[in-house]
Design a protein around this ligand. Structure first.
Ligand code: FES
Ligand SMILES: [Fe+2]
Length: 315
């Protein structure tokens, strides 16, 4: 309990949202310690249990009286003992011989990513998409940063055609947004040269158009694929922390045909630098938007409206 003279942090005053459906990236594998660790998706409090090469995700609330098991839990075989009253809590249905059992959330560990599914609804074909990518691609941990903005604003960027030019200096043509055949929302378009223009509008470089495809699987997960001469993908996981900010993690999806079975970090460092510069440019603008601002959307913003309607279905 807070002493009475300590005001809550202002960012914590709006009630944090708790998604009811969808896949979210909770962590990079490299961030998950052995044993029990505490995580969040908005107001949803979770623990990861890492033991013997497995990573599993459970509700963090002790089913007895709600103590956070990331704080009060001790791992004991296939159960957690809660130190508050000493009850033994089974980890998932199979492990439950006593009265108390923790709800397990399906977890997918793909390359460097730990993904968690909140419910059976709106899971779409994410597992199949990742399974199809796995044999021909390497997943490389690229970036992790905290952004003082909601996760959906980060993911929305893939559907905000005008921001590519405004923030990143990339011209976009033939931009379209449509539902994916197996659920989710897709944006497609062409990134056109020049990537940067001189002040007088003449191109610095002449590059071929790069096809762009972005598949959103939830308000916090988007897979962007870029074609052209050097195709690669970026999975962006943005996950609300429940205080108005989110954790953003970028994973490169690099074709083995071009990058080899184990991509050389020296080779992808420039890509990391380029991505970091881009997302820092985005971040300055995301963090400048007042949380209670009501946007005045114009007809050209219909891709944003569609993405927001898509997100609303997850709550
Ligand atoms: S709250 Fe965990 S045992 Fe009572
Ligand atoms: Fe951006």
């Amino acid at each position: 309990m807070l002493p009475s003279n300590v005001a809550p942090h202002p960012a914590e005053s709006p009630a944090p949202l708790r998604p009811r459906h969808g896949w979210f990236q909770l962590a990079f594998v490299s961030q998950v310690p052995e044993g029990i660790s505490s995580w969040k998706i908005g107001a949803l409090r979770l623990i990861l249990v890492r033991a013997e090469a497995s990573i599993r995700c459970f509700d963090a609330n002790c089913p007895h009286r709600g103590a956070h098991l990331g704080v009060s839990g001790r791992l004991e075989d296939n159960a957690i003992v809660c130190s508050y009253h000493g009850y033994r809590i089974g980890l998932g249905a199979q492990a439950c011989s006593g009265r108390f059992m923790l709800r397990e959330f399906p977890t997918l560990v793909v390359g460097c990513m730990v993904l968690v599914r909140v419910s059976e609804e709106r899971q779409f074909d994410l597992e199949a998409v990742l399974a199809a990518l796995t044999s021909e691609h390497s997943f490389v941990e690229a970036l992790h940063l905290e952004v003082r903005a909601p996760m959906s604003l980060v993911i929305e960027n893939g559907f905000d055609a005008r921001h590519f030019e405004g923030i990143h200096g990339i011209t976009v043509r033939d931009f379209e947004v449509a539902p994916r055949a197996r659920g989710g929302l897709q944006a497609r378009g062409l990134f056109l040269a020049p990537f940067r223009q001189r002040r007088d509008g003449t191109p610095l470089t002449t590059l071929s158009p790069v096809p762009f495809e972005a598949d959103a699987f939830s308000p916090g997960l988007i897979l962007v694929r870029l074609g052209g001469d050097h195709p690669y993908g970026v999975m962006t996981g943005a996950t609300d922390r429940g205080d108005g900010s989110c954790e953003v993690r970028l994973t490169f999806v690099l074709p083995k045909a071009a990058w080899g079975d184990t991509p050389d970090p020296q080779r992808y460092q420039p890509l990391i630098r380029y991505s970091r510069a881009g997302i820092e440019d985005d971040r300055r603008v995301w963090e400048s938007i007042a949380p209670d601002f009501v946007p005045d959307l114009v007809p050209e913003d219909r891709s944003i409206t569609r993405f927001r309607a898509f997100c609303a279905d997850f709550y």
